[in-house]
Design a binder for this molecule. Structure first.
Ligand SMILES: [Zn+2]
Length: 407
């Protein structure tokens, strides 16, 4: 595997500046293209899985995090509060409290449950040792997050479904977990609630893993302060393990926020919160994708999907026209002309671009293109419109292998 920090620099995906600060990377156009493709995919995947998206602010009053328990159990990871008009506001360490308030914004009936609220939102961690130049130890991150508010009977089904969505996403992204971990509380005093609550929640998650036929290991001391979780672990380029995806069961925050719903019996009941993230933060997810694919992303994620290579300068106009049509179809495409070097050197410098369209005199005269795939395969010359439509359709399908018109 490759080091995402080195490739991030070489491929101009992201950067850092001491003036912005340690652990605060910025995304360059190529990196932002990958990230946006990933974000669009996640939103679509979530919509299809019955989630509704919300937006909420990246900070809140200190009281909010006192109620959620973060202030007393997770303060070390939080930024110091800012004084503002006689109040204290804090950058949020997680999205859960905001989503609990969205749930509480009006009365809820059992008929609305499970209510799945998703958001790609900012959250902040006061890392003291942010590694400058990387995406894995950061102080600001964009989290792919969701909270499912449901009845106790629905918890196992929702956790199971969340795990399925995670596995579906891994298949589309071409990544694989190294193991599943059931993260349980440790000896420290940071864990809230009763032992019965923890046992019940951990039992449900263990059942979901076993039911899905997934072997797992217990991780003592790895749980969140409010509940146990399933962690989907991946390995980085130095074989260090990191958590990418999580599914957590939480009986605690619904109680803290006084959440309830009206049951079929017209009485008030307490919902359970299932916290889940398909792919974790955009920072860690993209770092892992860079290392896993060595920069040769699946075509739908690639910063550049098509590069058009006119053999001679005279062929720049038809090449530019092809690139424009590709952009119209939603592809990320550009022309690399003879001013950038010989055809061979241009092909080499576009070696990570999934599709290369070569236009010589014969192709231009016939309105065709000769496609070359990133792995070196060459396709027979195709009508330009058919080649673009084929690539666009394949990209929409989000597969990990490249489109091959001959297959
Ligand atoms: Zn949460």
């Amino acid at each position: 595997m490759h080091d995402h920090r080195r490739l991030g620099r070489e491929l101009e995906l992201f950067g850092t500046d001491p003036l912005v600060g340690t652990g605060l990377p910025y995304w360059l156009p190529a990196g932002a293209a990958v990230r946006h493709a990933l974000e669009e995919y996640l939103r679509e995947l979530e919509r299809r899985a019955g989630y509704q998206h919300v937006c909420s602010p990246v900070l809140g009053k200190r009281e909010l995090y006192e109620i959620s328990g973060h202030w007393s159990h997770y303060r070390d990871g939080m930024y110091p509060p800012m004084e503002l008009g006689g109040e204290q506001v804090v950058l949020r360490p997680s999205l859960c409290p905001h989503h609990a308030l969205v749930y509480r914004s009006r009365g809820r009936s059992y008929r609305e449950l499970p209510l799945r609220l998703a958001e790609l939102g900012g959250q902040y961690r006061a890392e003291l040792s942010g590694v400058l130049g990387g995406l894995t130890r950061v102080r600001a991150m964009q989290l792919n997050d969701a909270h499912i508010f449901c009845t106790p009977d629905q918890v196992a089904g929702e956790a199971r479904a969340a795990l399925q969505v995670i596995r579906q996403a891994y298949a589309a992204l071409g990544i694989e977990p190294v193991r599943y971990r059931l993260s349980l509380p440790g000896a420290s005093s940071k864990y809230v609630g009763s032992p019965q609550m923890w046992e019940r929640a951990a039992g449900l998650l263990a059942e979901v893993l076993t039911g899905a036929g997934l072997p797992y290991q217990a991780g003592r001391g790895e749980a969140a302060f409010y509940g146990p979780k399933i962690d989907v672990q991946v390995a980085d380029c130095s074989e260090r393990e990191a958590t990418l995806s999580t599914v957590q069961v939480d009986f605690y925050q619904p109680e803290q926020f006084g959440l309830h719903y009206t049951g079929a019996d017209r009485a008030r009941h307490r919902p359970v919160m299932v916290h889940r993230s398909i792919i974790g933060s955009m920072e860690r997810a993209v770092a892992h994708l860079i290392e896993r694919h060595g920069g040769a992303f699946p075509d739908w994620l690639a910063p550049e999907q098509l590069v058009v290579l006119p053999v001679t300068s005279a062929l720049i106009p038809p090449a530019a026209s092809l690139a424009r049509q590709a952009v119209e179809l939603g592809l990320r495409a550009r022309v690399s002309g003879p001013e950038s070097g010989t055809l061979g050197s241009r092909i080499r410098s576009a070696r990570l671009v999934p599709y290369q369209a070569i236009i010589g005199d014969r192709e231009a005269a016939a309105g065709q293109v000769a496609l070359r795939l990133r792995d070196g395969r060459r396709l027979p010359a195709l009508p330009a419109a058919a080649a673009l439509a084929g690539i666009a359709a394949h990209i929409t399908a989000r597969r990990t292998e490249l489109w091959d018109a001959a297959a």
